[in-house]
Every structure is written in C-alpha cells, then in structure tokens.
Design a protein around this ligand. Structure first.
Ligand code: AMP
Length: 501
C-alpha cells in the first residue's frame, strides 16, 4: 500500500523527522516505524486468527499511532477506541469484531471478557519481535474499523479498506494545499474518523501530527499554551471546536502565524465562523468538507472564499471529489429533478464494504451501481444551478451534537433499559439551526427518590456505564405518559411541543 510505503520511505531516508508531537510523547519517523514493526512482530508471535481486528485503546498518545500502523503491518485491521468509550460498549465491539487482542496504551483497562489485553511495555520489552511486513494490509482488506452509534443499541462497525483509505489520502494531498511535510493539528480522538483527515495526510506527506488532548480542551489556558507552541500550518477540526477557540480574542494570526489552511468536516459550517476566521487569519484558506464515516471521512469540498460568503447565507458543502459521484434520490429510489431535495447517495471507491458482521444493516444502507459501491447517507441535499451541493439536514433520527454523531434511538434504547424508567424519548433542543443540547422525556418506573434531580442523577449514572458522556442528555423532563401518533409511533412533534412549553 502506497500510504505505508510513503511512511517507510520517510522513516528510512529522514529518520530524524518528527512524525508525532504531544505534550507527553513524541516520535520521529525512524522511531515510529521501528515501534510499529515491533508491534507487528509481537502480533505475529501471538498466532492470532488471520486478519482478526486488534482493538487499540487509549487517548492521544504516540503509541496509539504506532499500534495502528503495527496492526496493519502485521496483517490485522485496527479498531481505535478512545478512553471516553465506556467498558460495556467496548465489550460490544470486542464481541462484534471477534477481537482476540486489545492493545492498551493506558495501562488502566480492565475488561471482564475472554480477550487478551496487552500493555505497550510488554510489547516493547519483546525486542526480538521485529517484523518484515510481508502480511501488510493491502487492497480490499480492512485497514480500520470505526464504530458509530446504531439505533438498535449496538454500535455499528464501519469497515474501511486499504483502498478506501488510499483514495481518500490521495484526494487530500492532490486537491488541498497541504503537501510538503506540513504540521497538522490533531484534535479529534481516534474513534472519530475526522482524525483520519489529519493523521494519514500528515504521515503520507512526511508531515508532523501535533496533538491536543481532552484535558487541554477542558482547560483553555493549557490549550492556548499548546497552540502557541504548536507552529501548526494545517488546522483540522469540527466547526464546534473552532467556535470554542474563537471565544478567546487571542485566537488569531499572532497565536498561529504559520497557519495556512483550515479543514472542517463533520457538521454544518456556519457563515459567522468563517467570517470571523477570515478577519483573524486573513492569509489562511478555509475548506468545508462533507462526508460520513461510511464513505471514508469526506467526499465533497469547497473553498470558502469571500465571494462564497457574500453569496450564500447557508454554506454549500461543495462538489464531490473526482472519483466519486453524488446522486440525490427520492423515497422510491428515483433520481430527483435538478434543484429538488433528495437523499444524498455516495457512489465511489471511498465507500465502505459495509458494517462488520451486520448483513441486514449493510443491505439497508449499501448497494452497488455499475460495479461501484454506493451508500445511502440519510442526509438530505440539493444541488443549485452551479452544481454546488447543499446539506439540508437528516431524514432520520441521527443527529450531530458538538460534532459527535449519534442515533437518538440508541440513547432512548439505553434510557429505557434503566430500572427507573418505563419509557423515554430523546429530543434535540435547537437554538437557531444548531442543536444546543439533548432533552430526555421520561416516564419513570417505580423508584424511591424524593426529588426529580436524584432520579435524574441515578439514571445518568446508569447511562454512564453504557454510552459515552457526550450521548447522555443534559436535561430530563418527567411525564406520566408519552403521546403516540394514530399509528402507534412516538409522536415526537407533540413531545417537542410539550418540552418547549
Ligand atoms: P460522521 O460519520 O461522524 O463523520 O458523521 C457523518 C454525518 O455528519 C453526515 O452524514 C452529515 O449528517 C454530517 N456532516 C458531515 N459533514 C458535514 C458538513 N460539512 N455539513 C453538514 N453536515 C455534515
């Protein structure tokens, strides 16, 4: 695979070049390649089932990246799992992917399951395991599997092959001004495929990944100190994250004098954010990109120029990359007339083969068109007369909150499982067009709490063991029953009205 060849080339020819920098760890290309091969060799010595996925657990450390590369050099796809993911959910992933080995980069993971958990120290102490890389992941074989929220209460494992990833990286390096060994900001945790937008274009071009951790994000002083020292040239984040940075007036060209490109993906990019960025970083280019995990990070893009900002109140998501087709379909599967809204369907080499071990779900969302893979996104979109694509919201219950993707039905499923709950609905509360927070509307079961807030904190505590903190509704609202539509479904419109009163 060219991506791995490029990394190897830099490691052999410029071993001192910095590949990865975070506050507590850094690695040169030489070290990264050596560690990755050592991990690959260790995996080989474990005689695991061929191609069985390796779950890599941790936060934003250099050893996470070495473990990803070590897995694929050793012939295994990896599943990146951030520390924000609760154990119960990790177990579901282990079962679904039939994982035999977890690499724990934190030394803190305790899992009650028949799976081997190995710490980095143990792998590194086996210094005789150095790998030749004969089994490297190539072609249609899975490179990584990223789990996303699923409406049935089980996360879905999106399989991304070496070919899927390679065509994404090629597009990034050809169509965006990010080549030449630049320094990339890495803000998204590795369980989210936005991180793929900085990790692999950086490594494939001999660039450097500069990482910020969740502790820094929670403490703006630390974050700004790190940014000040970062010298980053390429910024990749969700719009929500940059919006948070913009609240501080010192977030400007003086803080990041070398910054030349902003890449956004994952949620609506508001005009106001771009206007502020243009004022504060007059020399930087801004790109809006769009795509789901299932089509490998992103498939459309548009540079947001002053002219675009002048002409549009809602920003377009742009045009699809050269090797990809976007079609807009109505509910019967027919292409909509030009200018009308339809479901965005992505056809091209970045589209995943489907959800790991979930044939029915895969069949619902994926199909083939003229030998190419296609994915129904569940996003509504339309194309204007100039051929620019616009995002018009979801056609189902999937939402984005602060850049995180989740299915309302999955959250409802877990709330309803609580011993204190009879039934529940989760309602996104909007301010203008943006979701501000989630509200759970709950019919309580029997409980011994005197006050509602005690009940709420008991339910939240249970939820904390099942789903990540970002999926737990902020507010809870208690009702005697939930209104239903005449055909017996939850009447979400009525529930929203109840909540908004
Ligand atoms: P994820 O799989 O987490 O990347 O989430 C994919 C979903 O995020 C898409 O299906 C869209 O609903 C939403 N999304 C991604 N990029 C954009 C964008 N530029 N504008 C609006 N929504 C976006």
């Amino acid at each position: 695979m060219r991506l791995l060849d490029n990394i190897e080339y830099v490691a052999l020819n410029h071993p001192e070049k910095m590949a990865y920098i975070s506050t507590d760890s850094q690695l040169t290309y030489g070290e990264l390649w050596q560690q990755s091969n050592q991990i690959a060799g260790y995996l080989e010595s474990k005689k695991l089932t061929k191609s069985s996925p390796i779950l890599v657990y941790g936060h934003m450390g250099a050893s996470m990246i070495a473990s990803f590369l070590g897995s694929v050099i050793g012939g295994h796809p990896y599943i990146p799992v951030d520390i924000s993911i609760p154990h119960d959910r990790i177990l579901k992933m282990v079962e679904s992917a039939q994982t035999e080995l977890i690499i724990d980069t934190t030394n803190e993971l305790a899992i009650d399951h028949d799976v081997t958990v190995v710490q980095m120290e143990e792998i590194m102490s086996h210094s005789n395991h150095v790998k030749t890389g004969a089994d490297r992941i190539e072609g249609d074989k899975n490179f990584y599997i990223i789990y996303t929220s699923g409406s049935t209460g089980r996360p879905k494992g999106v399989q991304i092959s070496a070919n899927n990833l390679q065509c994404f990286v090629d597009w990034m390096l050809n169509d965006f001004p990010i080549q030449g060994g630049l320094r990339f900001l890495n803000q998204a945790p590795y369980s989210f495929d936005l991180s793929v937008m900085d990790i692999y274009p950086a490594l494939a071009s001999g660039g450097t990944i500069f990482t910020i951790t969740k502790d820094m994000i929670a403490k703006p002083k630390l974050l700004f100190e790190a940014l000040n020292q970062s010298n980053i040239q390429v910024w990749t984040s969700t719009p929500s994250f940059v919006q948070m940075c913009l609240m501080d007036p010192s977030f400007n060209h003086n803080l990041l004098p070398e910054l030349s490109v902003f890449l956004f993906c994952g949620e609506i990019l508001p005009v106001a954010i771009c206007q502020q960025l243009k004022e504060r970083f007059p020399h930087a280019k801004i790109f809006n990109t769009y795509g789901p995990t299932e089509a490998t990070v992103a498939v459309t893009s548009l540079e947001i120029t002053q002219e675009i900002l002048k002409n549009y109140q809602t920003l377009p998501i742009g045009k699809s990359k050269m090797d990809t087709n976007i079609i807009l379909l109505d509910e019967h599967g027919n292409q909509v007339p030009s200018g009308e809204t339809g479901e965005i369907v992505i056809v091209g080499p970045g589209v995943s083969k489907g959800y790991l071990g979930q044939l029915e779900l895969t069949k619902k969302a994926f199909f083939d068109v003229d030998g190419q893979r296609a994915y129904r996104t569940g996003d509504a979109g339309y194309e204007d007369e100039t051929g620019l694509l616009f995002y018009k919201g979801r056609i189902d219950f999937q939402i984005k909150l602060h850049g995180y993707r989740m299915e309302l039905e999955e959250i409802e499923y877990h709330i309803a499982k609580s011993i204190y709950v009879k039934s529940a609905a989760v309602i996104p509360v909007y301010q203008k067009d943006k979701i501000e927070f989630l509200m759970a509307v709950v019919v309580p079961g029997e409980h011994h709490f005197e006050k509602e807030y005690q009940l709420t904190s008991a339910i939240k505590k249970e939820l904390g063991e099942m789903i990540p903190a970002y999926m737990i509704p902020k507010k809870f609202f208690y009702q005697e029953d939930l209104p239903l539509t005449p055909n017996g479904k939850l009447d979400r419109k009525m529930i929203r009205e109840l909540v908004m009163q």
